[in-house]
Design a protein. Structure first.
Lengths: 400, 335
């Protein structure tokens, strides 16, 4: 088939002269491409009775190791639950985890290894969007579904129809906070302080600004800073003059801590709001009393009273010690979505699994009920937390 | 002329044949490409650090320049093709164009960095190249057109390991011929004693700059190749750690030895993946053991390096070359 296509293309090419745009929407595979596995001999029939192997790529060492380890713990717990309940189609599910040292080229190598050497049915990972982007084309070319637990950058699932995620994308948080500020906090006018250097912050600001205006609120002004700045007084003074009821700061915890301190120094008493970039213990060290009473949107809260969440937390505590963070919860959800899809699928081939994952609807995850939309992103509620006594306290769940 | 080009043509045919034979093994291909890129980096850095005795620790910066230049060019021409040629050939020609462009821009950067700093003696080059590497990374991280901190994705994945190893062949050929040429002799003289070399009439600055530009060119090509088989080009791949990795390779292989740089690059790149396979086999196919030791790979890697340096401080090959040994052995056999 391929050779026919190639020779047809060659004939076409000879017929035309000069440099031109490619016409065929489907390009014949080039030798450099990662080859799909289809041409390979089918796995031995014995494989249908043994364990089902799925793969995970995570940052177990390197700069994002804390994220990777939480995620792996969550996935391990989900598999343990599934195997205790009888596994999938009577077979146990096993996961092979490879460390990518938080490097994209290692993530690509580990993914290729999982798919071609270990013959995994499905790949879970990664946390960091840049590493997921290194893995996605490989999974797509080999027709192996990939579920990212917590890569929030919109471009990840745009890589192809085999790529899914179980978390919401960045801009959704802007909507959540706008809705909460307008409907629950009843703010009429707010100001925004955004980090111009981060795509995350710019994305959140854009959506917040639009949605807040649509809901009848007014954005009085938008001030900017650049990641790593240490003096925010001029922006904060400008904001103080506007007298907003709320101040939206969709940045990262290290900047937010200092911003909050300087705002209080200048006598700006406005309630502050933010996103999951605030989620770190360091925030309380840096911000101290200044961030008390602020609101943030996040994926999940360990204080969520629902029995499913509390059950997950007690199991996690028993196995690993410590309260699971949102990455562990998302890892747990990603593995469960995969297991459910494998249970429903008629067979464990890539296309069958992909179809089933795409059909995921109202799946009860610990970090919110998950439905996949046509862009293969999870549509799910977010939680709003408030800083009380140097801790995040659960206040509400906002539905999409 | 034809005799001079003969090895390159032979190598090209060999690489195409290998690609056709082994192209189906995706994992092998990926690893072979990764190894090839590291070999190009190590052999090219050896020209400046080993042969000329200067100390450059910013090779990853030149690699980044090449990767982004080549990547951007290929992105822009992803939909173009040369009508008279089959698509595969046309794509590969575009790829070669991107690679050469990546190398040329990196070489220009090498000239700009090298001209002022190579007039000086001693450690200044180290500081300047270190600074250069960091500047490039920070610029890329803050440029939205280059993908910023997230990286550049969607570069057409055209470079098979055949193409990578063809460039490996070219860089080794270049290093071998350079080392034996009058030009190379001057470089060796600078390495041994700069003052003496100058007294003998060697224009040290111009020789050093030329060696540095040549080295940067191949680093740029290596970067451009990297961009064409790794799905995302991310500034995190070109940190100071990467530069040091290459320095470690040439020191472990033996400063000044091309075959040493080659061997060490192959060995040190395959070591982590090899350990992964070893642990999987030892675990009897049980993935859990492999996972437990997966994180121990890096410390073992470190210990092995320390052992090499303790037992053979001059590096695996010292300043010897494999082909010298072959020539000597041939002579002996004839006698």
């Amino acid at each position: 088939m391929r050779s026919i296509l190639l020779s047809a293309f060659a004939a076409l090419a000879v017929a035309t002269l000069g440099c031109e745009k490619k016409t065929a929407p489907v390009e014949p595979p080039k030798p450099a491409d990662v080859k799909p596995l289809e041409g390979k001999p089918a796995p031995a029939p014995a494989a249908d009775t043994g364990d089902i192997i799925i793969g995970e790529v995570g940052s177990l060492t390197g700069s994002e190791a804390a994220f990777g380890i939480s995620t792996r713990n969550g996935i391990e717990l989900a598999l343990e639950d599934a195997n205790a309940a009888g596994g999938v189609k009577g077979r146990k599910v096993k996961v092979i985890v490879y460390d990518d040292q938080s490097k994209p080229e290692e993530a690509a190598s580990a993914t290729t290894r999982l798919i071609t050497q270990d013959k995994v049915k499905l790949v879970l990972g990664e946390v960091a969007s840049s590493n997921s982007l290194a893995m996605a084309p490989i999974c797509q070319d080999n027709k192996i579904p990939m579920i990212s637990p917590s890569s929030t950058n919109p471009s990840v699932t745009e890589k192809g129809d085999y790529i899914f995620r179980v978390c919401f994308i960045d801009p959704f948080q802007g909507f959540v906070m706008a809705k909460y500020a307008r409907e629950e906090l009843k703010f009429k006018n707010v100001a925004i302080l955004k980090d111009v250097k981060s795509a995350y912050s710019v994305g959140l600001t854009e959506v917040f600004e639009r949605k807040f205006a649509e809901m009848g609120g007014k954005v009085l002004g938008i001030e900017s800073y650049a990641k790593g700045d240490t003096d925010f007084r001029s922006q904060l003074t400008a904001i103080k003059k506007l007298k907003p009821e709320g101040l939206y700061v969709p940045g990262y915890y290290n900047d937010v801590g200092i911003i909050a301190r300087q705002a209080r120094e200048l006598g700006l008493k406005t309630v502050m709001m933010g996103g999951d970039g605030w989620d770190s213990e360091k925030l309380f060290e840096l911000g101290g009393k200044a961030i008390e009473g602020s609101f943030v949107s996040n994926h999940y809260s360990p204080e969520d009273p629902s029995p499913q969440v509390q059950n997950f937390i007690s199991k996690y505590k028993g196995k690993f010690g410590g309260v699971p963070d949102s990455l562990a919860a998302l890892g747990y959800d990603a593995a469960n979505v995969a297991i459910e899809a494998m249970k429903r699928a008629p067979d464990l081939s890539g296309p069958a699994l992909r179809d089933e994952i795409a059909k995921t609807k109202d799946f009860p995850g610990v970090a919110g009920t998950i439905s996949m939309n046509e862009k293969r992103d999870a549509v799910k509620p977010a939680v709003v937390l408030q800083v009380v006594d140097g801790k995040f306290k659960y206040v509400a769940t906002v539905k999409p | 002329m034809i005799r001079g080009a003969a090895p390159a043509i032979l190598a090209a045919v060999g690489c195409i044949a290998l690609q056709a034979l082994l192209g189906e093994w995706a994992f092998f291909g990926y690893l072979a490409s990764l190894v090839g890129v590291n070999v190009i980096l190590a052999v090219s850095l050896n020209v400046i650090n080993g042969m000329t005795g200067q100390f450059s620790i910013g090779h990853a910066g030149f690699m980044a320049v090449g990767a982004y230049t080549g990547g951007i060019l290929s992105l822009a021409t992803a939909q173009d093709r040369i009508g008279v040629l089959p698509e595969v050939v046309s794509d590969q020609l575009f790829l070669v164009g991107s690679l050469c462009a990546g190398g040329t821009v990196a070489a220009l950067c090498g000239l700009i960095v090298g001209l002022p700093s190579l007039r000086l003696r001693g450690d200044y080059l180290a500081i300047v190249t270190l600074g250069f590497g960091e500047i490039i990374r920070v610029i890329v991280q803050n440029t939205q057109a280059l993908g910023g901190a997230l990286g550049l994705s969607g570069v057409p994945q055209r470079a098979g390991f055949g193409m990578v190893w063809f460039w490996v062949f070219l860089v080794v050929l270049m290093a071998r011929r350079l080392a034996a040429s009058p030009h190379g002799r001057s470089l060796w003289a600078i390495r041994e004693d700069e003052v003496a070399a100058e007294a003998m009439g060697v224009d040290t600055t111009s020789y050093k700059v030329r060696a540095f530009v040549l080295s940067s060119f191949f680093a740029g090509v290596a970067g451009a190749l990297f961009a064409h088989f790794v799905p995302i080009v991310n500034p995190g791949s070109f940190t100071f750690v990467k530069s040091m990795e290459i320095v470690v390779m040439i020191v472990a292989g033996g400063l000044g030895s091309t075959t040493g740089a080659f061997t060490a690059a192959v060995f040190l790149t395959l070591l982590p993946e090899g350990m992964r396979s070893l642990f999987t086999t030892l675990g009897g196919g049980d993935p859990s053991l492999a996972q437990k030791v997966d994180q121990v790979r890096m410390p073992i890697y470190g210990v092995l390096l320390v052992l090499i340096m303790l037992t053979r401080p001059q590096g695996i090959f010292g300043t010897h070359e494999a082909w010298d040994a072959v020539a000597r052995w041939r002579k002996k056999a004839r006698a």
